[in-house]
Design a binder for this molecule. Structure first.
Ligand SMILES: [Zn+2]
Length: 310
């Protein structure tokens, strides 16, 4: 059940009130839930530098509540404790480059201590969720009400040509850059950053490339796709400056967290559907806590950031 519904009991088997036949709903073990998540985001599809999979957790522990979030930070782990979650699934890894200590004197070690003390497992789906079908950029496109036409960088191992990094999208009704930026600001979760724009605010947008998370390594692919606009995160001065000099492509830069958060809702609904199919008594939640590290934004003195004539 994808909700904040209360009332999870205890015990391996319990009556599923929603099942009119009165059959028993089962409480899955962590190993069963992880196996289900692995069907959505197989670990072997992660980039070689990535660190995905189960970070903490006993395969035999029961799972009745799952929390999805972008970042495995203390704030989110505390939220999982408060919620009574048994499993936290995050997009970003806790330890991307390994560690030699989980001492609670370090903030990451404290996360590990909080998880283990509270019997909460942590599982990570990162680049294997980015390229999945559906994946992080499908969720981003969905949040922006865009029609996905294919991956921006197709995964050559996918015979159907649906998996890959980023997504190419079409708008059923063209917008101006100004209108598309306003849509992104309205549809993506609110952050201190909002949406930064590079380009002519009145230029038409019919086709868009989107990529959840840092996207400035993808400019060559975006240019080759010939789209009108590219929405991603973490765009830097020089790549943007060069991309603007190269073509009239409009660039929209959203907060990294905001571009990946829609995946949490997609992923939660996918697990919820799997849970229903298995007859699991599982409550699936999505954290709404903003963990984008930028916390405030002071606008410059000039009034309209999109340059409306005055
Ligand atoms: Zn990310």
């Amino acid at each position: 059940m994808l909700s904040g519904a209360e009332g999870a009991g205890s015990g391996r088997w319990r009556c599923n009130a929603t099942d009119q036949a009165g059959s028993l709903a089962s409480v899955p073990r962590l190993s069963e839930v992880i196996a289900a998540l692995e069907t959505l985001w197989p670990a072997e599809r992660a980039e070689s530098w990535d660190a995905v999979g189960t970070v903490a957790g006993d395969p035999d522990q029961e799972v009745t509540r799952v929390l999805f979030a972008v970042d495995p930070v203390q704030e989110i782990v505390d939220e999982a404790v408060k919620l009574g979650a048994d499993l936290l699934v995050t997009h970003h890894p806790l330890y991307l480059r390994g560690t030699t200590t989980v001492a609670a004197t370090h903030f990451k070690g404290r996360v590990v201590h909080t998880l283990i003390k509270n019997d909460i497992a942590l599982h990570v789906a990162h680049t294997n969720a980015d390229t999945a079908d559906p994946g992080v950029s499908d969720a981003l496109a969905g949040a922006l009400d865009l029609r996905v036409t294919g991956p921006l960088v197709p995964d050559p191992t996918d015979p159907e040509g649906r998996r890959g990094l980023g997504r190419l999208c079409a708008l059923d009704h063209p917008l101006t850059v100004r209108e598309f930026a306003a849509r992104a600001a309205e549809r993506l979760p609110a952050t201190a950053q909002g949406i930064r724009v590079a380009g002519d605010p009145e230029a038409p947008v019919r086709t868009v490339a989107v990529s959840g998370g840092s996207g400035d390594s993808l400019f060559d692919h975006v240019r080759a796709a010939g789209v009108d606009a590219f929405l991603t995160a973490d765009l830097r001065h020089h790549p943007v400056s060069e991309a603007r000099a190269h073509s009239p492509l409009a660039l929209l830069d959203a907060a990294h967290w905001a571009t990946e958060w829609p995946w949490c809702e997609l992923a939660a609904s996918q697990l919820d559907e799997i849970s229903d199919r298995h007859g699991w008594d599982l409550r699936v939640h999505v954290s709404k806590t903003v963990t984008d590290p930028w916390t405030a934004h002071a606008a410059s003195a000039t009034s309209d950031p999109l340059g409306a004539p005055n």
